[in-house]
Design a binder for this molecule. Structure first.
Ligand code: NAP
Length: 450
């Protein structure tokens, strides 16, 4: 414990005010305790001290001109955390809440997530404190171009390959790729999540959501159960949430909720997927508009929920899929989920459950899939996109989906076998953290002190 305490205290001094980063580090270090006792050479080689410090952090100015002719300035980040297993890989987030601590927590999680896939990818993350809401297409394009005007000199198909995250989808990747090509004169696989006409992979768009549901299926299957006929709660209404909902329907489940920054939508008959896609992928409007089409549904605006926690986790359900953002599921929410019969939680988002909520899930021994394992399908399929780009091939939807299913099954097996090895078979947090850590740490040891 004192080792963890000392590490966090050191981080607080060297990297002040990065709360989410400390939270992510603490969770990983707590899980590693039994491994460090068994294998002291990791401590002797100061692997943890090396791992919590990014190899490189880039921060930069993003000046751009809005539709009124006014100059706007945002702050951009790319954190290249670990290249022990391959080129830095991880998404870009455009959201007003982005700061160095958020990007660092995401980058740190990414190291272990990428290691868990078994693929040759290191960990990185980036983004900007830019709010795309209400911005025109032209403004988004000018912002993405200015972002790439700095980022291009740090990335490359064999060095650092960014993808999307909150606020960054196919449109933004397109504008950034166009600018990269213009600046460098090279047409190469420097970004993933590209359009299907120009180097993108089938299934990449669906991969994080589909993978998160495959992970839940694997957890249930190992205990003789399945998702068929189950009522499910989903949060978020973006890329991950939409394709979680799509796959849940395909596997015979009934997703009854989704959320966005304006509130929670509940449709007891099941969320209408086509309407959801129309509202969020095409029109980019509030979920409240769903009621125009389906007046029987219920919408609870943010701020109007009287209890501690979040409205979305208070409905009767068998399984929950948090797919919006960090710390969106509190301990009060966790207790409400359990009281309402939920026995399975698979995290599409990164670190959506608070540490206290995770403790409740583990203590109650429900099927709990932590984000770094359950949402790794996105980055895994990004790596499949890199493979197709490098070999100039194009695989079918079925070929990529089969590989995604196999990768998610492998990740589940890795987490579960490692949890069993350390006598905590129900604890996939411990399994994921140790399995991911061991792969990166062993590579670092073999590569010397660099
Ligand atoms: P997205 O398409 O931008 O959607 C995010 C959704 O969450 C939107 O519905 C948004 O509401 C809502 N949201 C975001 N921040 C919020 C906040 N602070 N409060 C309330 N609602 C909020 O992003 P995404 O790609 O689906 O990412 C969702 C989560 O999955 C993130 O944690 C991300 O790191 C993680 N993840 C994504 C991928 C990937 O491949 N995209 C891979 C692994 C993990 P509005 O619609 O109102 O904006």
């Amino acid at each position: 414990m004192s080792y963890i305490h000392d590490t966090i205290t050191g981080l607080m001094a060297s990297s002040p005010a990065q709360t989410e980063f400390y939270q992510a580090v603490e969770e990983v270090l707590e899980s590693l305790e039994p491994l460090l006792e068994q294998s002291p050479h990791y401590r002797d080689s100061r692997i943890i001290e090396r791992m919590v410090e990014p190899e490189r952090q880039i921060m930069f100015r993003i000046p751009w001109v809005d539709d009124q002719g006014q100059v706007q300035v945002n702050k951009g980040y790319r954190i290249e955390f670990s290249s022990a297993l391959g080129p830095y890989k991880g998404g870009l987030r455009f959201h007003p809440s982005v700061n160095a601590g958020i990007i660092k927590f995401l980058g740190f999680e990414q190291i272990f997530k990428n290691a868990l896939t078994g693929l040759p990818i290191g960990g990185g993350k980036g983004g900007a404190n830019f709010d795309p809401k209400g911005r025109s297409d032209q403004e988004i394009m000018r912002f993405c171009q200015s972002f790439m005007n700095e980022l291009y000199r740090h990335i490359g198909p064999n060095t650092d390959v960014p993808a999307g995250d909150i606020g960054v989808g196919a449109r933004e990747i397109g504008y950034m790729f166009g600018q990269y090509k213009r600046l460098t004169g090279r047409y190469e696989g420097v970004l993933t999540g590209k359009g299907l006409l120009w180097g993108g992979s089938l299934v990449r768009k669906e991969a994080t959501g589909y993978g998160c549901v495959y992970f839940a299926s694997n957890m249930l299957k190992a205990h003789g159960d399945s998702l068929e006929g189950k009522t499910c709660l989903v949060s978020g209404a973006g890329n991950v949430a939409i394709y979680t909902i799509e796959k849940l329907y395909q596997l015979g489940a009934r997703p009854v909720t989704c959320t966005d920054s304006s509130g929670t939508l509940y449709d007891s008959r099941g969320i209408d997927l086509e309407t959801l896609k129309l509202l969020k992928e095409h029109k980019r409007v509030s979920l409240r508009e769903y009621l125009n089409e389906f007046p029987h549904a219920e919408f609870i605006p943010v701020g109007e929920y009287p209890e501690d926690g979040h409205a979305v986790w208070r409905f009767q359900a068998d399984a929950a899929f948090p797919c919006a953002t960090q710390n969106e599921l509190t301990v009060a929410d966790a207790r409400a989920l359990l009281a309402n019969g939920c026995r399975c939680v698979s995290e599409g988002a990164n670190m959506p459950s608070t540490p206290e909520a995770v403790e409740v899930f583990i203590a109650e021994r429900i099927h709990y899939g932590p984000g770094k394992a359950a949402n790794a399908g996105g980055v895994a399929t990004s790596q499949l996109e890199m493979s197709q780009n490098a070999s100039m091939q194009r695989w079918t939807f079925e070929q990529v989906d089969q590989q995604l299913q196999a990768i998610m099954a492998d990740i589940y097996t890795r987490c579960s076998e490692t949890a069993k090895e350390f006598d905590q078979p129900h604890n996939l947090v411990l399994g994921a953290n140790i399995a991911g850590f061991r792969r990166v740490a062993d590579a670092m040891l073999e590569q010397g002190v660099v």
